[in-house]
Design a binder for this molecule. Structure first.
Ligand SMILES: C[S@@+](CC[C@H](N)C(=O)[O-])C[C@H]1O[C@@H](n2cnc3c(N)ncnc32)[C@H](O)[C@@H]1O
Length: 392
């Protein structure tokens, strides 16, 4: 009876699956449960972010303390942050300036005292020009909130250009990114989307629908409160030691000239996709605050295959013999591409490569199965795979 009970339990607890022979990672590792990792992980919402739990699992499985862990598509820095928290040396890069800034700020956080002192030194009430306010910002912010925001932006941009107080400026900038748009009273904007910065016309429609107008939201107390939230788990001296050795660069993953051959112990990354998300326009408020003017380049499937080929070739060059590479593919079910096709293309390109007698050996493809619980809608809408290679 006990045996029957436990086998029934096993059957009913199994994820719904159409590809029964593929190994699965425990669901918990893929899910977006709030606040499981260090508070800094949740500073901003960034499209395609890896789960800290999943990252933690593979860092522990394929690297050890002092290992060099490379993420060439670091996005909002989940891999380099978790690697540093576990005592690994994080090397990270991304083509998007915003991603580089976010990652740098997470690896070099300022303390609460530093943030308070920095903010009290600034005059956020200076008169400013309101040109562009009506067209772009009025749907989001009260004019007095906007004035404080522009004064803070000007001060941070000036300090960054002069190379003064860089660590504190970058961290305050990260705090600002996290408060520019969202639902809560702690955001600077009126009720808006926390995931992406809506266009002004979409925000106007939302305002009309909700019959809302932006109210004044004081900037400094919100930033101080946010600092306390992000640092609630503390910053260990070990973390600070490892982040001193970390490197975060703006670079194309196809050309990792800043990484020496045979120097990396693990590549752990989440691949960008063809015909994908526009990281520039969807974060236009963040880009405006930082003064970035990158242009979005959409890549077609053939361009994506070329990107993967060049990336794999660079990975094979920089990885040490016997080292692992864990590549995540997360594809929307409603999107143009199927995860299986992309997975096969990655594997095909990897198998064709050989550099100085080094090759990729496919160890495993791990699939995340969609589950039925409606509360996990986001996971249901994505097909996720991890492709794991070892260098032989
Ligand atoms: C799926 S996201 C990575 C998200 C990241 N794992 C995180 O936890 O936030 C893909 C990233 O690849 C970057 N990217 C796209 N093409 C690139 C290229 N050729 N070289 C470097 N980065 C690139 C994008 O800017 C984006 O940040």
């Amino acid at each position: 009876m006990t045996n029957l009970k436990s086998s029934l339990k096993l059957i009913y607890n199994r994820p719904l699956s159409t590809e029964a022979d593929e190994p699965t990672v425990e669901h918990n590792l893929w899910l977006n449960r709030p606040e499981q990792g260090h508070g800094l992980h949740y500073a901003v919402q960034y499209h395609g972010t890896l789960k800290p739990e999943l990252t933690n699992y593979y860092l522990n499985k394929y690297s050890e303390k002092g290992s060099i862990v490379l993420d060439p598509f670091c996005g909002s820095g989940v891999v380099p942050l978790q690697a540093s928290l576990l005592g690994r040396i994080a090397w990270a890069s991304d083509i998007n300036q915003l991603a580089v800034r976010i990652t740098q700020a997470k690896l070099k956080p300022a303390g609460l005292d530093e943030v308070v002192l920095f903010l009290t030194q600034l005059n956020l009430q200076r008169p400013i020009s309101l040109s562009g306010f009506q067209e772009f910002f009025a749907p989001f912010y009260h004019p007095d909130t906007y004035r404080e925001l522009v004064n803070l932006k000007n001060a941070i941009n000036r300090y960054q250009a002069e190379g003064v107080q860089n660590r504190i400026c970058n961290f305050v900038e990260l705090l600002v990114f996290s408060r520019l748009h969202g639902h809560a009273p702690s955001h600077f904007s009126t009720y808006s989307s926390p995931q992406v910065a809506l266009s002004p016309s979409k925000q106007l429609l939302l305002n009309k629908k909700r019959r809302q107008t932006p109210e004044y939201k004081a900037i400094s107390p919100r930033l101080i409160q946010r600092t306390a939230q992000l640092l609630k788990d503390g910053i260990s001296s070990e973390f600070l030691t490892y982040t001193k050795a970390a490197m975060v660069k703006r670079a194309d993953a196809q050309n990792l000239t800043w990484v020496n051959s045979n120097s990396v112990d693990l590549v752990l990354t989440s691949l960008p996709l063809p015909d994908n998300f526009d990281y520039i326009s969807n974060y236009w408020l963040e880009n405006w605050f930082s003064g970035f003017s990158d242009k979005f380049i959409n890549i077609s499937l053939p361009d994506w295959v070329r990107l993967i080929r060049n990336l794999l070739s660079e990975m094979l060059r920089v990885l040490k013999p016997s080292a692992y590479a864990v590549l995540e593919l997360s594809v929307e079910l409603s999107g143009k591409h199927n995860v299986k096709t992309l997975e096969e293309l990655v594997i095909q390109e990897a198998k064709a490569l050989s550099i100085n007698k080094k090759r990729f050996c496919l160890k495993e493809v791990v699939a995340h199965k969609p589950i039925s619980a409606t509360k996990y809608e986001e996971q249901k809408n994505n097909q996720q795979k991890l492709i794991i290679f070892q260098v032989s």
